[in-house]
Design a protein around this ligand. Structure first.
Ligand SMILES: C[S@@+](CC[C@H](N)C(=O)[O-])C[C@H]1O[C@@H](n2cnc3c(N)ncnc32)[C@H](O)[C@@H]1O
Length: 303
């Protein structure tokens, strides 16, 4: 039967293990942040990368390992769990791949990046069918150290660079809920259309004064969607319980909003049930982006 490997984000092994249990996927073995699981392709939120269609390669030497991987594909990123030196020597015999920070909206690689691990001295687990275009699902940006007022903008940069099927157009109205100090508003304003930024706390003044930005200093939950001009994209980075956010999203959806990008933030425990409820009731997809912390991103975009 087919097996898959899932790599937990740093310090989120528990979240991944809980999600696998929640989804009734039996864990065969865990090594480091890697979980070997019985079953085929599934969308796993708390995997920074998923390796599908795992190939199990028995190897006799470092050269043999590198040769077998090269026969399977070109680009391979290693996640090492054991026999680290041996694994590194195999990786060194493989073609190098770019690891430099990328620019916002840099063109996406055409094919997913392969991933492999040395599971024991003589066994490689490899997949050229992974969930990420970037090595092990990790990517960093050439950051803007000057303009954004917080590092939250990196979540939206990642979303639009790596995941969104399209960008907002200049004729679309963007609603930014939980906008203070203004990192998301700063990104959204760059698409050329009107942005309404909502927060109980004030936005940084220079962001609030940007052209096309309207600030509403009030609770996102107190706004009646009917009182807003037609909204095309709903964004939320509000700190609140995911269940509360779900109700808010539904109210705006009922008013005709088509596109959503929302951060679901968790307190002590990760709320896997409400995370699943978003997709079950509203469609779309939930991912844990490289720039997400103890939170995930739910999105639904009409193409
Ligand atoms: C993580 S911060 C948002 C960061 C922002 N996206 C950025 O890029 O700068 C979360 C925000 O949610 C806001 N917030 C919490 N409860 C809110 C509510 N009921 N209505 C609106 N904003 C709320 C907080 O004031 C806080 O500014």
């Amino acid at each position: 039967m087919e097996q898959s490997l899932y790599l937990a984000p740093f310090e989120h092994e528990n979240d991944l293990a809980q999600e696998l249990t929640f989804k009734n996927l039996p864990i065969i073995e865990q090594q480091g942040r890697l979980f070997l699981v019985q079953g085929s392709r599934r969308d796993i939120v708390w995997a920074q990368v998923s390796f599908y269609n795992i190939q199990k390669l028995s190897i006799t030497s470092i050269n043999d390992g590198a040769k077998q991987l090269k026969n399977l594909g070109r680009n391979w990123a290693l996640y090492s769990v054991t026999q680290h030196r041996r694994a590194e020597l195999i990786q060194e015999a493989l073609p190098h791949y770019p690891t430099k920070p990328i620019a916002f909206l840099a063109p996406r690689p055409e094919k997913p990046m392969g991933g492999w691990t040395l599971w024991d001295n003589d066994t490689i687990l490899a997949s050229s069918d992974t969930s990420s275009l970037y090595p092990l699902g990790e990517m960093t940006f050439i950051e803007d150290q000057v303009n954004p007022p917080s590092r939250a903008y990196l979540k939206l940069w990642e979303f639009f660079t790596c995941h969104s099927p399209r960008l907002p157009r200049a004729d679309e109205h963007l609603l930014d809920m939980g906008a203070c100090p203004g990192g998301w508003t700063w990104v959204l304003q760059s698409f050329g259309g009107p942005v309404t930024a909502v927060d109980k706390a004030p936005l940084e003044e220079r962001i609030a004064k940007l052209p096309r930005v309207t600030v509403r200093k009030e609770s996102a939950f107190g706004i009646d969607p009917k009182d807003l001009p037609k909204v095309d994209w709903f964004f939320s980075d509000i700190i609140c319980y995911p269940a509360r956010l779900l109700e808010l999203v539904k109210r705006h959806e009922a008013q005709g909003v088509k596109n959503f990008v929302c951060t679901l933030k968790f307190q002590a425990e990760t709320d896997h049930a409400t995370t699943e409820q978003f997709v079950r009731e509203l469609g779309g997809k939930v991912i844990h982006q490289h720039h997400n912390k103890h939170e995930v991103t739910w999105f639904r975009i009409e193409e």
